[in-house]
Ligand binder design. Structure first.
Ligand code: T6T
Length: 325
């Protein structure tokens, strides 16, 4: 009996090994499953598409969802996995927790996962855990960005007064880290009070209403941090509508053409640009290196970010950071 078990273990081991060996040298077929339809995700998609062309890789692009969340994302991912011809899925998980099990099932069916922009669990894929199976996480250091935004906003408001944060969801790694980083940064200013954090679920109109309500409840708010493009776009519209343009300083995240125009017009005062195009090219490059060259993939890859201010917004070298889709 012992011998039979041993034999079974050996056979299984050898077939797993040969499956891994077979995977090497083969050009992977990539699937891009965006988390939401927005200029940031279109830029990632553009990077993926360009790099696939350059490396001669086949690419399948899933639909760009109209709403943010697992209810919309999971069925799309499952349909892509069910095609049967995909080697790697590149996606941005719309929840740290709710996406662990669905992505694990897909991984167990033989598809590698690369997460871009957002991660599952705590994002540390380097030590074994129920969520450490993705090949890598490629995304901005959102916590650091939040800290730096806090310091810059503090300078703009003379290091005193009430500030407010408009964000999207409480369980999405990117924005959670931005808020945490912001709180950490702002905690160094004893005369600044954070009066609230609201969640718009990535819906711009909701962000606008929530900021309008916050301004009514606290007419002496002097600074607002909008943690992503819909939060920031909704925030500045509420401030303009309230007749407070310029009086309330706005730090925004994501360099859409809309936010850059608003910066020029004095409706926002700071824009953090991520590097979504680079996230896309890096994801494909590493999938290629893993499948074709058998290279080990770093578990965390961090493209930097860039700050737009009214002083540098027209610099020729800054233009590359605008999300132009
Ligand atoms: O800010 C980006 C992205 O980093 C975040 O995870 C979700 O929102 C955006 O896509 C902007 O809408």
């Amino acid at each position: 009996k012992k011998f039979l078990v041993l034999l079974l273990v050996c056979v299984l081991g050898v077939s797993l090994l040969s499956a891994a060996a077979l995977a090497q040298g083969k050009k992977p077929k990539i699937a891009w499953c965006p988390a939401i339809s927005d200029p940031f995700y279109y830029m990632i998609g553009k990077g993926i598409e360009d790099k696939c062309k350059e490396l001669g890789l086949e690419l399948f692009v899933a639909e760009y969802p109209k709403a943010w969340g697992p209810e919309v994302q999971v069925p799309i991912l499952e349909a892509v996995a069910a095609r049967g011809d995909i080697d790697v899925i590149i996606t941005g998980p719309t929840s740290k927790e709710a996406l662990i099990a669905p992505l694990k099932r897909i991984y167990d069916s033989g598809i590698e996962i690369i997460t871009v922009d957002t991660y599952i669990g705590d994002g540390d894929y380097s030590k074994p855990s129920e969520y450490s199976f993705p090949l890598t996480f490629i995304g901005t250091d959102n916590f650091q960005g939040g800290v730096e935004i806090a310091h810059r906003l503090a300078e703009m408001i003379g290091k005193k007064g009430k500030v407010f944060v408009e964000t999207t969801n409480p369980d999405v790694s990117s924005v959670v880290e931005r808020v945490e980083g912001f709180k950490k940064g702002i905690s160094e200013y004893p005369d600044i009070e954070l009066v609230g954090v609201e969640y718009c679920l990535d819906i711009q109109e909701k962000a606008q209403q929530q900021v309008a309500a916050a301004l009514q409840a606290n007419p002496d708010i002097v600074g607002i941090f909008g943690t992503n493009l819909y939060s920031a776009q909704g925030a500045y519209q509420a401030v303009v509508n309230a007749g407070l343009k310029g009086a309330v300083k706005i730090a925004s995240w994501d360099a859409t053409e809309d936010l850059i125009k608003a910066l020029r017009e004095g409706k926002v005062d700071l824009v953090l640009a991520q590097k979504p195009y680079e996230m896309g090219t890096l994801a494909v490059e590493w999938a290629y290196k893993y499948f074709v060259e058998g290279q080990e993939v770093p578990k965390r890859i961090v493209p930097g970010f860039f700050f737009f201010t009214r002083e540098n917004v027209d610099d020729p070298e800054a233009q590359q950071y605008i999300y132009k889709v």
